[in-house]
Design a binder for this molecule. Structure first.
Ligand code: IVH
Length: 367
């Protein structure tokens, strides 16, 4: 159990009435800001799931560099919160969120508690190291934390990204950051953001040597052909990786080619993110039926207007149980968010329709 749950139960008077999330004596005001010289940028992202945007990206880089058979590094696009770590003399000295690119929030204390962030780099010969990556939460830890939230009557997180961001950026330590993880994707070894290797692929390997973990067999590949790069995007087994990924990032592998290509106003010309079809869409609940399982367990299931999620038509989604219906405040006719992730059954994560709790559906009213 988290310390603050114990505080809630045994020392309720410690809680500030005006700000129930703040414990007297533990409260901090605002997060410190960290300013960086070189901004953290985003990548050009397309949602068109056909092969066309990838073909266009490859053609553009070929034309600009006037070279054929350019090698690309393809990585997963982790759906979390971008964070920059700075190591001086191998020691983690600063961690900040992306913020507006130039100014981020100081999350050093939290990151010191994340096990997949080494506090001291191994096998490192550089005295100034910058690592950029994504703070994420695994599906398993996401379930765990939501179960705990329910247990203590707090609002659950609607998806892993919100949970990771909420826990990392929260001003109190209600939920310890240990349950978060970090996956690196960029490495530099000076204040001027110089790459230590000739290729992105080698940089990723070097990060593993430094002590970052290749969590949950997160794969990355290098390839030159359209077919091989697309194969990675279509790779079926990606759905079993127990973290949220929302696409594939293609990067020109050679760093000197990257420098030659440079940046547009706010995105690099050497990278392109190909999004997967969305896993969350909105629909309307038309009916709620009760399913009885082999063991006699009853499960309310929402019948919704059919929607396409990740290439599959979904017309019903689980509501799990009456408690979930109460906590999400769901009634027939509501506009809702439907989510399908990996092998998990489609579920209603949230109602967008505002109404009072007494309109909420009661599965026992029809028994
Ligand atoms: S590279 C110059 N690689 O996706 C930008 N970004 O818009 C270099 N992201 O918020 C970023 N996975 O935090 C890169 N394998 C990956 C990534 C990745 C997730 C995030 C990034 C940014 C957004 C891109």
């Amino acid at each position: 159990l988290h310390l603050c749950i114990l505080l809630d139960i045994f020392y309720p008077f410690l809680k500030d009435k005006k700000y129930p999330e703040v414990y007297k004596g533990v409260a901090k005001k605002e997060m410190k800001k960290i300013r960086r010289q070189t901004p953290m940028l985003s990548i050009e992202t397309k949602v068109d799931t056909s092969i066309t945007p990838l073909v266009e990206f490859m053609e553009k880089t070929n034309n600009k560099l006037k070279i054929e058979n350019i090698e690309y590094c393809a990585e997963l696009k982790y759906d979390g919160l971008a964070v920059e770590l700075i190591y001086i003399n191998k020691k983690l000295v600063s961690a900040s969120t992306r913020g507006d690119g130039y100014v981020g929030e100081d999350v050093t204390d939290k990151c010191l508690d994340i096990f997949s962030i080494p506090t001291r780099l191994k096998n490192c010969e550089h005295d100034y190291v910058v690592v950029r990556g994504e703070v994420i939460i695994t599906h398993f830890n996401f379930e765990e934390i939501n179960n705990t939230q329910k247990l203590i009557g707090r609002k659950t997180y609607s998806n892993p990204r919100n949970a990771a961001a909420g826990i990392l950026r929260s001003l109190n330590d209600t939920i310890k950051p240990h349950i978060l993880d970090f996956i690196p994707y960029s490495l530099f070894v000076s204040r001027e953001l110089i790459s230590p290797n000739e290729t992105q692929f080698e940089n990723l390997d070097m990060l593993m040597d430094y002590g970052f973990s290749l969590l949950y067999s997160v794969p990355y590949i290098k390839a030159t052909t359209l077919e091989d790069l697309r194969k990675f995007y279509d790779y079926d087994n990606l759905q079993y990786i127990p973290i949220d990924i929302d696409g594939i990032v293609y990067k020109v592998n050679n760093i000197s080619y990257q420098n030659e290509l440079g940046f547009t106003k706010d995105t690099p010309r050497w990278a392109y993110a190909h999004k997967f079809p969305p896993k969350e869409v909105t629909s309307y609940i038309r009916d709620i039926i009760i399913q009885v399982g082999r063991t006699g367990k009853i499960t309310p299931v929402a019948k919704i207007d059919p929607v396409l999620i990740g290439g599959v038509v979904v017309s019903s989604a689980t509501l799990y149980n009456q408690n979930e219906i109460y906590s999400k405040n769901i009634a027939i006719g509501d506009e809702v968010i439907v989510r399908r992730a990996g092998e998990v059954v489609p579920e209603i994560t949230k109602s967008i329709t505002e109404h009072t709790g007494d309109k909420c559906y009661n599965i026992y009213s029809c028994l």
